[in-house]
Design a protein around this ligand. Structure first.
Ligand code: AMP
Length: 186
């Protein structure tokens, strides 16, 4: 199964991606996690990405696309994968189309949450994980960037008949169950 998880920061993508990956036996590929690992390791990619991440901006498409292209070539992604946090711009959608060829993705899960809940979740995560991009101003900016650059992808995938909107509110296992049901895996 080749899946994309779409949703604003704080929607629970990372949490659900890990659970779904285990359930569906595919690797969860999180561009945010790969960038953070590179920042920790002090690689050149990490140094580039950090400048954007700390401002709540997207890392440039060329950088992100090259990284995903490389990751999708790995053996474990041959029979399926779950992309968490990619694509995030129309240019990334185009690039992913090229990477996957005719097969494309099987479904795009859109996690929906109300804005107040997202803000509360982000505040909680800031306390728990101390991510350098989880300060309040940066969080607000990340939500704006999502609305501007990523929200339009909902329509793109809806027009292709691939969109599976799922209510992301409530308990974590309940949301996982809803996603699996939306994918006919429930
Ligand atoms: P995330 O963990 O998915 O919230 O991503 C954290 C940060 O990594 C984002 O705010 C961006 O700066 C960067 N990032 C992650 N995925 C992408 C992407 N697909 N395109 C551009 N930047 C990304």
């Amino acid at each position: 199964m080749r899946l994309v998880l779409l949703g604003p920061p704080g929607a629970g993508k990372g949490t659900q991606a890990a659970r779904l990956a285990a359930e569906l036996d595919v690797p969860a590929i999180s561009t945010g996690d790969i960038f953070r690992a590179n920042v920790t390791e002090g690689t050149e990619l990490g140094r580039t990405a950090k400048q954007y991440m700390d401002e709540g901006e997207y890392v440039p498409d060329e950088v992100t696309n090259a990284m995903v292209r490389d990751r999708l070539r790995a053996d474990d992604a041959r029979d399926g994968f779950l992309l968490d946090g990619y694509p995030r711009t129309p240019a990334q959608v185009e690039e992913l189309d090229l990477m996957l060829g005719e097969a494309g993705v099987d479904a795009v899960v859109q996690l929906t949450v109300d804005t107040e809940e997202v803000v509360a979740r982000l505040a909680q995560r800031a306390t728990e994980q101390q991510r350098s991009d989880d300060g309040e101003a940066v969080q607000r900016h990340r939500l704006e960037v999502y609305e501007e650059q990523t929200a339009p992808l909902v329509d793109v995938y809806d027009r292709r008949g691939l969109l599976r909107p799922v209510d992301g509110m409530g308990a974590v296992p309940a949301v996982t169950a809803r996603i699996l049901a939306a994918l006919d895996r429930g």
